[in-house]
Design a protein around this ligand. Structure first.
Ligand SMILES: NC(=O)c1ccc[n+]([C@@H]2O[C@H](COP(=O)([O-])OP(=O)(O)OC[C@H]3O[C@@H](n4cnc5c(N)ncnc54)[C@H](O)[C@@H]3O)[C@@H](O)[C@H]2O)c1
Length: 248
């Protein structure tokens, strides 16, 4: 599989370069990074995606929100399926991704790990099984993370909402916020140190609490998931795909 890697010089870009080395069938043919030093790579790295001329079977993106318009233009013109792993997209970005998916296969996920995708299913089940529980989502990440709450926390909220559509997210609490309303789903972002990613969903009832928790110990799990998703997308019809399509 020939891969174009956007955000090649970032933490996840480097992790994905390392992960791809253990897949003999994978080769990164080009990278894109606005700020990285091209001399640090053993494949060509461009500052702008429009400069990429290499042929590829898929694009894997771990970059920034601002790179999205260029990526969507490139993949729709070149008909290259894309795995979009960047988080922090707004509604306008999501609409642009949906539009682009009419002409090329796109998989977007705020979390590429197998464990989190299992957690999403468990949260949906627990929310249905405990309809009266107060639900709170707590995510913890390293101090370099720039968006909050995490893309995964948003996915966990959506998983709970799929069983309890009345839920309304409340991000952090400060001041005289009044009594907690039953339809609230609290979302809290903790930042510090080198934590790769921890997500907890608490189902709080009178006198008992169920907590579902996932801890990522190594960023390689996200790259492995992205590579697996890239392989899945090859030959797929245009459309929007998810990690549950990949993992079954
Ligand atoms: N979906 C997942 O499973 C998952 C897992 C981990 C991280 N992420 C997300 O991936 C993204 C990258 O994470 P990171 O920790 O590697 O961040 P990072 O800041 O280390 O890397 C981002 C890279 O993008 C580059 N960049 C900036 N502007 C660019 C542009 N216009 N085009 C191409 N590259 C550009 C930067 O120079 C940098 O090297 C974040 O949004 C993060 O939340 C997703």
């Amino acid at each position: 599989m020939r891969i174009i890697l956007t955000g090649a010089g970032g933490t996840m870009g480097k992790t994905t370069v390392n992960a791809s080395a253990s897949h003999p069938e994978c080769r990164i043919v080009a990278g894109v990074d606005k700020f990285a030093d091209p001399k640090a790579f053993d494949f060509p790295v461009y500052t702008d995606i429009a400069l990429v001329t290499e042929e590829a079977d898929c694009l894997i993106d771990f970059s920034v929100k601002d790179a999205l318009p260029g990526i969507l233009k490139f993949i729709t013109e070149r008909k290259i399926p894309a795995v979009l792993c960047t988080t922090g997209y707004d509604d306008e970005d999501i609409a642009a991704i949906n539009k682009a998916s009419e002409s090329v296969a796109i998989l977007r996920s705020g979390n590429m790990s197998q464990g989190i995708n299992a957690l999403l299913k468990l949260v949906k089940e627990a929310a249905a099984a405990l309809p009266g529980a107060d639900i709170e989502v707590i995510e913890t990440h390293h101090h370099n993370k720039s968006d909050a709450p995490s893309g995964t926390a948003k996915m966990l909220v959506e998983a709970a909402k799929s069983a309890r559509p009345e839920l309304v997210p409340v991000y952090g609490r400060e001041g005289l916020v009044g009594k907690r309303k039953p339809e609230e789903i609290g979302v809290h972002a903790v930042r510090g140190g080198s934590v790769v990613g921890k997500h907890e969903v608490m189902f709080i009832m009178n006198n008992e609490v169920v907590t579902l928790k996932h801890e990522a110990e190594n960023k390689g799990i996200f790259s492995e998931g992205a590579i697996r998703a890239g392989k899945f997308l090859i030959g797929k019809a245009p459309g929007l795909y998810s990690m549950s399509d990949v993992l079954g």
